[in-house]
Write a protein of this length. Structure first.
Ligand code: SF4
Ligand code: SF4
Length: 334
């Protein structure tokens, strides 16, 4: 347990958590919506500080990040809890439980995680992922500060439901973000995730304005968020607010947790991919057998990177991340 950051004290020993847009007002001995931030005698504590439920070196493409040090590895760590309640959660065993109900986890000091990251071969740094890292904010900050000092990169894989001030502090240490944009209507977010769309859009804009590397993930769920008109509105917003060079991943869904919709047909992904490519340079399909994941130069259409699963072949980029054919700078993080 560790005293939480970002809370205010209220009457009758209540506390208000200011970390995410739920602004939970929490009674003594109770926790917030995320189940892992608890009021003890009028102070807010993180229940998950140092508690690691998953830890492994993954290809950076698995986060997914396709334009950030392609072909390298990243030490990926996760804990317990999430501030959303997605019906279709793919990681519900760790995201939708409290510490008391969770299965196996181990305690690590922040320094131990950084030391481990240094030892992994071909590793660029540390990714905070698997469950929602916002809810173990204090631990993530403590690791990220040390990791940055050690010359490692920090990556946050997030639902984007975080308030601007805590995010602003995180931006000092984070190098890249993979952010879910789960749909593009308020009703989708409210009904299917128990959260709201607007704060996620604000997060994306704040990350972009800070100049951090950003890739957006859209899990396509039949009948829930595959409407072409709404999808096109989302793509237009990404192009206008985040830039045409923003990487968009269209990810296939499979029934999990409380969702019973059928899996996403590949034909749906291909149809939406075609729509997105009218406005964005880089659109990829994930979690599906299709191999439409070649990276082409947006300037001369030379083939730059080939991918088969998580295997990456860099064929058309020079050592500085420029297209060998026309000199277009594609990768600043290479
Ligand atoms: S981080 Fe958790 S406790 Fe804090 S406002 Fe969000 S859901 Fe509530
Ligand atoms: S944000 Fe991610 S981890 Fe949290 S409930 Fe939704 S899908 Fe699960």
């Amino acid at each position: 347990m560790k005293t939480a950051l970002w809370f205010g004290k209220h009457n009758n020993n209540k506390v208000k958590c200011l970390l995410c847009p739920h602004y939970c007002l929490i009674d003594e001995c109770k926790s917030g919506i995320c189940r892992v931030r608890t009021n003890i005698e009028g102070e807010l504590y993180s229940d998950v500080y140092g508690l690691v439920s998953a830890l492994r070196a993954d290809p950076v493409e698995k986060k997914p990040l396709y334009h950030f040090f392609p072909g390298r590895f990243i030490l990926s760590i996760g804990s317990i809890g999430c501030n959303l309640r997605c019906r279709f959660c793919q990681n519900c065993e760790i995201s939708q439980v409290s510490v008391q109900d969770a299965g196996h986890f181990e305690y690590y000091e922040p320094e131990a995680i950084v030391d481990m990251a240094r030892l992994v071969k071909n590793n660029i740094g540390i990714a905070y992922t698997y469950n929602e890292p916002t809810v173990w904010y204090e631990y993530m900050v403590d690791i990220a500060q040390r990791s940055k000092q050690a010359g490692l990169k920090n990556v946050m894989v997030t639902n984007g439901f975080i308030n601007p001030e805590p995010l602003g502090h995180l931006l000092e240490f984070m190098d890249a973000f993979s952010v879910d944009l789960k749909g593009f209507t308020e009703s989708f977010y409210r009904i299917n995730t128990s959260s709201h769309l607007e704060p996620v859009k604000n997060t994306l804009e704040q990350i972009h304005a800070a100049g951090k590397h950003l890739e957006v993930v859209n899990l396509v769920i039949p009948t829930l968020n595959d409407d072409e008109t709404v999808f096109e509105e989302m793509v237009s917003w990404i192009a206008a607010q985040l830039g045409k060079e923003t990487v968009l991943h269209l990810s296939a869904y499979f029934p999990r947790h409380r969702a019973t919709e059928p899996p996403t047909p590949v034909s749906t992904l291909l149809r939406l991919n075609k729509i997105a490519r009218r406005q964005l340079y880089f659109v990829y399909i994930g979690n599906a057998p299709d191999e439409n994941n070649k990276t082409l130069c947006p300037s001369c259409h030379n083939s730059l990177i080939l991918r088969v699963g998580y295997h990456v072949s860099i064929i058309g980029l020079d050592a500085e991340g420029r297209c060998k054919s026309c000199g277009f700078l594609l990768f600043e993080n290479f």
